[in-house]
Design a protein around this ligand. Structure first.
Ligand code: IVH
Length: 667
């Protein structure tokens, strides 16, 4: 067996190596190793730490996600207030700012640093002896929310600074947490799939993600970070801002690569203008530029008003907008029956694409805007991505009756009604052909059963001619039935049948996702598949058990439970299974020695956190549940076990201690 000291050394080495790769990847956008090699290092470290839990430290790369949701956020008082910034909207205003600076400094001998104004939310990170101890939002500038556990999940934020003895004992770093545009688009896609409302722009998505009480959800949101200022520090990093940003980089803090020095205001204005055009090439949103006096002694001379410093100013870009006419308003039916108003527009170019349609989100929004057919409207790309109507510029010349909130579904004419607890109007007919088409498109879609050759046009025909009324009907389709359809020659019919056949053995998670259970997208489906290992186990799970799974919230648990309670759903699933659909769970994950066993962990363990114990259980192929029932095989009880232990005794479930548990998973 390796000596304790050796293990410690090995752990330290792995941590340093991982930190170095994180720094290269998240800060410098480079990498020296591929994902697999990285995962291997990470797994190695995790394994060593799990075997030696006393060596786990807060700044280890494995500790980015805490296992317990917060009850609420604590307050943090900022040692140096987080001020706002004055805004300008054109070059003249920027020059006026420069005049004020020159006058107050009584010299023209100063320079600027010009930065992108990242459209996210400001955050203050406190490092003590190089270790991240607190992360707080700006709040009202004096007091913010303690979002440390969430910020710890952001890979671009170093948990420990690099640089050893050169790091000040106390260093507060300020910067912007943001969501990359591509992640924002993907997140909204997933939310739409799961029937959740979309975020309006990446800033809201970033703010929403940082204010989640469960850091595990934040971790999945792919937030990032740029550092751009210091708060309190025990020793100054440099005499000017530009050089202090270079020090940030040495400490492995991410600094935006486009920050430049400008000799005078003319240069600064040129840089700002050039970014107004280039900004769509970035994978994050900027809403303007920031111009900062570089030297700290000059900043001190300029001081601040109560609200904002006098040494910096922002130059805000106008959101890209266009004007066009609403030609008609359609109502679309989604897979869960949500009716969405969509404006058909006279095509107009906007930020690189031609926009023909714009979502009006929901009928409350349509009413708020007062949009009607024939109106001239201003459209904007939300975060330059999704076109939306922002205001009515002029009403139609001839008066058109106000758009009425539909009382019936535009496809099946059944009753539609507003959700009890939301803004959506839904078609209430479970057999609506509009919903069915959307559900089938989703089922066959790339992120789900991935049935190539079963595209939108074909699905619509299949529903219209009555060949397909549910998912199971897809698996009963005969070649001869397809050949009668439009644009369906013998060869294409073969391809369709073959693709459907192939989908029968898709992995379990794809099948779960394809069912389109409300609130369950691909990611949750993967968690469920891994946890239950078979469709049967998932179908018979109690709501409590579902809710006890990491990352499955109570609303999801309820939705899953209700889905599998519904006779009609069960009938369709049974028919699919009879037709030969057999969702596969990869073998490797299920071959553990404790396969099929269910554990409940209770009380405080000495060598494992709750999450580590659950991981160990899952790795051994067993299930970890949150509540004790007759189906529980073992209750692992630590110190102060509470009512779960009583319940186990009452039900005669075997209770084991930590030592026995370790034996079981090692054997
Ligand atoms: S410096 C005294 N630099 O803009 C203000 N702020 O409108 C010092 N922001 O709250 C902040 N990019 O959230 C600074 N490169 C940048 C920035 C930036 C975005 C945000 C920040 C601030 C807001 C003010």
């Amino acid at each position: 067996m390796a000596k304790k000291k050796d293990i410690e050394k090995q752990i330290d080495r792995l941590r340093d190596e991982i930190r170095q790769h994180d720094y290269l990847y998240y800060v410098l956008n480079q990498s020296e190793i591929n994902d697999r090699q990285y995962d291997k290092l990470f797994a190695e470290l995790k394994e060593l730490e799990e075997a030696n839990p006393q060596l786990v430290t807060l700044d280890s790369p494995t500790q980015r996600v805490s296992d317990q949701p917060l009850e609420g956020f604590d307050n943090v008082r900022h040692t140096v207030p987080m001020l706002s910034m004055d805004n300008t909207y054109n070059a003249d205003e920027l020059r006026a700012f420069d005049e004020r600076v020159a006058k107050q400094l009584d010299t023209r001998n100063y320079d600027y640093v010009v930065e992108l104004k990242i459209d996210g939310l400001a955050i203050s990170l406190r490092y003590e002896e190089g270790i991240l101890v607190t992360a707080a939002t700006r709040g009202n500038g004096e007091v913010g929310d303690d979002v440390t556990s969430n910020v710890r999940t952001i890979k671009a934020v170093p948990l420990a600074l690099l640089g050893g003895s050169k790091i000040p004992a106390v260093l507060e770093v300020r910067g912007e947490v943001y969501m990359p545009t591509s992640s924002f688009v993907e997140l909204n896609r997933l939310r739409a799939e799961a029937g959740e409302p979309a975020f309006a722009n990446p800033r809201n998505a970033a703010a929403g993600s940082l204010k989640l009480l469960d850091a595990r959800v934040t971790a999945a949101r792919n937030l990032s970070f740029f550092a751009y200022a210091t708060g309190k520090f025990s020793e100054p990093l440099a005499l000017d801002h530009y050089r202090s940003l270079q020090r940030f980089k040495e400490f492995s803090l991410p600094v935006n690569p486009y920050i430049v020095q400008a000799r005078n205001i003319d240069k600064a204005v040129d840089i700002c203008d050039s970014w107004n055009e280039k900004r769509t090439s970035l994978d994050y949103q900027i809403d303007g530029m920031v111009i900062k006096v570089n030297r700290f002694n000059q900043r001190d001379m300029l001081g601040a008003t109560g609200r904002a410093p006098r040494w910096c100013i922002s130059y805000k870009f106008a959101a890209e907008q266009a004007e066009t006419t609403v030609e008609s308003i359609d109502v679309q039916v989604g897979k869960s029956g949500i009716l969405t108003p969509v404006a058909n527009l006279t095509p107009v170019p906007l930020a690189g694409t031609t926009v023909k349609r714009a979502s009006l989100h929901n009928f409350d929004e349509l009413k708020r805007l007062g949009v009607g057919v024939g109106d001239t409207v201003v459209i904007e790309k939300a975060g330059e991505i999704i076109p939306q109507v922002v205001e009515v510029k002029a009403k139609a010349a001839i008066s058109v009756p106000e758009f009425q909130v539909p009382k019936i579904c535009p496809v099946c004419s059944s009753a539609a009604a507003k959700d009890e607890d939301g803004v959506y109007i839904r078609c209430l007919n479970p057999n609506c052909s509009g919903q069915l088409k959307e559900r089938l498109k989703y089922f066959a879609g790339r992120g789900q059963m991935d049935i190539e050759n079963l595209g939108t046009a074909l699905i619509e025909q299949l529903v219209e001619v009555g060949l397909v009324e549910n998912f199971a009907d897809l698996y009963k389709l005969q070649k001869s039935e397809l050949i009668g359809l439009e644009r369906m020659a013998e060869k294409s019919a073969d391809n369709v049948i073959e693709a459907i056949e192939k989908s029968k053995t898709q992995p379990l998670w794809r099948f779960i996702a394809a069912l389109g259970i409300r609130h369950i997208g691909g990611q949750s489906a993967q968690i469920l598949a891994e946890h239950f290992g078979s469709l049967e186990a998932l179908m018979s799970a109690e709501q409590e058990e579902l809710a006890a799974i990491d990352q499955i919230g109570p609303i999801m648990a309820k939705s899953i439970h209700e889905y599998f309670k519904d006779e009609k759903n069960l009938e369709v699933i049974t028919q699919m299974l009879t037709a030969g659909v057999s969702p596969q769970q990869p073998q490797a994950q299920r071959l553990g020695k404790l396969a099929g066993k269910t554990f409940v962990v209770t009380g405080t363990l000495e060598n494992f956190s709750r999450q580590q114990a659950q991981q160990a259980i899952r790795r051994a192929g067993a299930k970890s549940s949150g509540s004790v029932s007759k189906k529980t095989d073992f209750v692992l009880a630590g110190k102060n076990p509470g009512s779960k232990l009583d319940k186990a005794r009452k039900l005669g479930v075997e209770v084991i201690n930590e030592e026995q548990f370790v034996k079981m998973i090692e054997d």
